[in-house]
Design a binder for this molecule. Sequence first.
Ligand code: FAD
Ligand code: NAP
Length: 313
Amino acid sequence: MILDCAIIGGGPAGLTAGLYTTRGGLENVTMFEKGMPGGQITNSSEIENYPGVTGDISGMDLMMPWPEQCQRFGLKHEMVNVLKVSKSADLFTIHKEDGTTTDAHSVIIGTGSRPRRVGFTGENELLGKGVSTCATCDGFFYKGKEVVVIGGGDTALEEALYLAKICSKVYLVHRRDTFRSAPNTVERVNKTENIEVILNSSPDEVYGDAMGVTGIKIKNKDGEIRDISVPGVFTFVGNDVNNQTLIQEDKSFLCDMNKQGEVIVDISMKTSVAGLYATGDMRIAAPKQVVSAAGDGAVAALQVISYVDELLN
Ligand code: FAD
Ligand code: NAP
């Protein structure tokens, strides 16, 4: 069977594309997601800017009903890692890690982005043993203890605020003297008594013993080292785009990309390849928000319905 549409990725973009394609009348639509649907926001301890949603809710709370809503309209879900998307004549092929392939008339890709490494000594060795990229997952382990947070964007500051509610103290380390984060978030951080902001400084080395992290050395711009004894270090220094599925045999990309590896799209989420649409965090100029990723998914889905209709009729 040839799918009307293959959706790659089950974050806010992919799930919304799934809702709109199926509810819009396409009968054979499968979403390929390698993990649990929901995307990277499920790692966030709070979301307060999704329209209409008030109260203290986590990213997981927000995303929980989305897959069920899509399934009601007929979206199918395959839990598998997609290795590659290729195209021959008018047909796309989805190459999966389990060795099988699926053909589709159209593809909506929304594979998002992943946490970037900071690059200090011991970071990779102690990842999962005291070095973490997820406060919701690991914050509880440091209840009543001191932790270090690295980064100066929205994620670092929001997660520092979350950790400050659990931990006795949070050292927030940022390499410049101003934060990239939204002003109201900076204000909240500055007003939080158990957050100590350490500016113009970067991590030099994290160290530990057989049990995990025991401390971190922070270097300021004058080269002075401050040694902080903590059992936990959280890094939030941005994300890289997940564009690997678009890489072809000859190492070129299936469609046009920019220098940062983001997919070039027009305002309809169309890529340079007919029938291929890119959505969410992976596309150029993405605001990197749940609401905009969802919006992209809806826009792409409406385009796909017309594209498939024209192709087959
Ligand atoms: P993602 O959410 O990244 O989803 C992509 C999905 O594709 C993932 O589920 C992944 O498993 C899957 N996938 C990737 N590669 C493959 C493959 N090869 N095969 C199969 N599946 C694959 N935004 C806000 O609006 N408000 C906030 O408060 C907010 N807080 C945030 C807090 C944190 C800690 C983080 C990290 C981000 C936050 N964001 C927030 C940003 C928001 O999460 C993203 O903009 C949004 O999730 C992007 O959605 P997406 O669907 O494009 O990608
Ligand atoms: P980001 O905005 O790219 O910020 C990354 C931060 O890490 C920057 O402060 C950067 O420093 C620092 N950094 C990067 N590499 C580093 C290194 N090697 N060593 C030390 N510091 C390093 O990433 P993000 O905070 O994850 O946010 C990603 C996107 O999601 C953004 O667009 C953000 O607005 C969005 N988001 C939104 C919300 C919200 O709206 N509530 C919440 C979370 C995320 P410099 O500042 O010096 O570059």
